[in-house]
Design a binder for this molecule. Structure first.
Ligand code: SF4
Ligand code: SF4
Length: 470
């Protein structure tokens, strides 16, 4: 038997959650299969987006990944540009731009992202749900199967479904790891015994397990109780934001179609068929207005449009619209608030582009060797020891030179090594500054060092040179 959806009562829907029963147990949502123009276009788009998502880690530029989010080594490659821990300020800028863009997009277009682009919705509705329909049938058949006894048929259906779910979860787990550590590293992890790459192996299993849990059981709860974006809707949306909305002006007072209705008092277009509720993957009734649980999946639009065609009324009783467009009949997209966000976004993008354009390819840091002051040599020279750290952010090997800008002070690299940096690498070395003892005039003097890269001064670094006065 279908459980009564508490949201069908407009007086009490805000006092309860569609997915939680009165005794606190989970109210499992069985969304009815939907078809229609929006579902068709969402399906097409989902295949394109899933193809891009799965191809992402394999896309390379000059042998390097195009996208890499190696949080373990704090190394990121975004659209081919490498970011090091020293570039954290750039990543913070990038995140700020992303957040302001999301806010701006949400203020104007509501949660379109959730329904059309979010990976959770893509996988849940366009992959796992479709497989479930294929194996277990539509909503009523699924409910009967779940509530019925464990027969041979139920074992087979559940077994096949969970096996396929597990395989896809493993695929997604490997995909996420490929974005984090790169495809080559994932290949190494899977081709060697687990003990050879225990951390990587645990990562693969953990991610796969999480996806299996989310898509086979947790489902819409990820959007309702975990996703912070959904929870922000209350502060982001206003009466001009476009959302999936029920046109209550046209739809109310709702009433089932009855014979001789024409002679009764006029009724709204909603015929109370409840199909919009039956297809909703989060179990809500959109006729109660915008709700945090609505992921803008458009299933209710398709379902209602189909009904409207059948009862010979115009489509769009549920449609993309704003509260103002329904209530007052006009739509204003570019409000003062939107203009404000656009200005902030432009400033952030301009600042980010400037920072990227002026970012050094090589980063140099020089510090005195801890615990040492000076050393006196038998040949009458005095030396100070320093540490140099160089980071090559480019994808080519680079040679760097170090020169003293003070007459009489020379740079002497330890072991006479050259400062040659491998691509995308960090180099740590030591060097002496050397001065003739008889030229020392003060105990401590400032020394400027020039870091030269590709024949040009990359950086000028100031340090101290300490020596005794005889
Ligand atoms: S599908 Fe349309 S007609 Fe049916 S209950 Fe929902 S809003 Fe009313
Ligand atoms: S209310 Fe409509 S758009 Fe929102 S989640 Fe439910 S079916 Fe999708």
């Amino acid at each position: 038997m279908a459980k009564k959806n508490p949201h069908l009562n407009p007086e009490t829907f805000r006092d309860s959650l569609a997915t939680v029963q009165e005794d606190g147990k989970r109210n499992w949502v069985y969304p009815k299969k939907v078809s229609g123009i929006f579902y068709k276009y969402r399906s097409y788009l989902s295949w394109v987006l899933l193809a891009i998502l799965f191809a992402g880690p394999f896309i390379q530029m000059n042998g390097r990944p195009y996208m890499l989010f190696n949080i373990f080594e704090r190394r990121f490659i975004i659209f081919g540009a490498a970011f090091w821990p020293q570039d954290t300020y750039l990543l913070i800028f990038l995140l700020l731009i992303f957040f302001v863009f999301i806010i701006l997009f949400t203020v104007v277009f509501g949660r379109i992202f959730c329904g059309w682009f979010c990976p959770q919705t893509l996988f849940m509705e366009m992959v796992f749900r479709k497989i479930e329909y294929l194996i277990e049938g539509d909503a009523n058949q699924q409910r009967q199967l779940n509530e019925g006894p464990w027969t041979g048929e139920k074992f087979v259906k559940k077994g096949i479904k969970l096996t396929i779910f597990a395989v896809i979860s493993l695929l997604i787990g490997h995909l996420v790891m490929a974005y984090l550590v790169g495809v080559d590293q994932v290949k190494t992890i899977v081709s060697q015994p687990p003990s050879a790459n225990m951390a990587g192996f645990i990562g693969l299993i953990a991610f796969s397990g999480i996806f299996m849990f989310v898509f086979s059981w947790f489902r819409e709860q990820a959007c309702l109780v975990v996703c912070p974006y959904g929870r922000l809707q209350g502060v982001l949306l206003d009466n001009n934001s476009i959302n999936v909305m029920y046109d209550y002006v046209r739809g109310e007072p709702r009433s089932p179609i009855r014979k001789n209705q024409a002679i009764l008092e006029p009724k709204g277009d909603c015929i109370e068929c409840s199909l919009c509720v039956q297809v909703c993957p989060t179990g809500i009734d959109i006729r109660n207005g915008i709700q945090m649980e609505c992921v803008n999946c458009t299933a209710c639009i398709d379902a209602c449009d189909e009904v409207m065609v059948k009862v010979d009324r115009p489509k769009g009783l549920i449609r993309y619209a704003s509260e103002n467009s329904i209530k007052q009949g006009f739509q204003k997209l570019i409000t003062g608030r939107v203009k404000g966000y656009i200005v902030v976004l432009c400033i952030l993008i301009a600042a980010f582009v400037t920072l990227i354009a002026t970012r050094d390819d090589i980063k140099a840091t020089i510090t005195r060797f801890p615990g040492m002051t000076y050393q006196e040599r038998e040949d009458g020279k005095v030396t100070n020891l320093y540490q140099i750290t160089l980071i090559n952010k480019t994808f080519e090997s680079q040679k760097v030179e170090l020169k003293s800008l003070v007459d009489g002070i020379e740079v002497e690299l330890l072991g006479n090594q050259e400062l040659i940096l491998d691509a995308q690498s960090k180099f740590e070395g030591r060097f002496f500054l050397v001065r003739n003892q008889d030229e020392v005039k003060v105990n401590q003097e400032k020394v400027k060092l020039s870091v030269i890269y590709q024949g040009e001064e990359l950086d000028k670094i100031e340090t101290n040179f300490t020596a005794p006065i005889n």
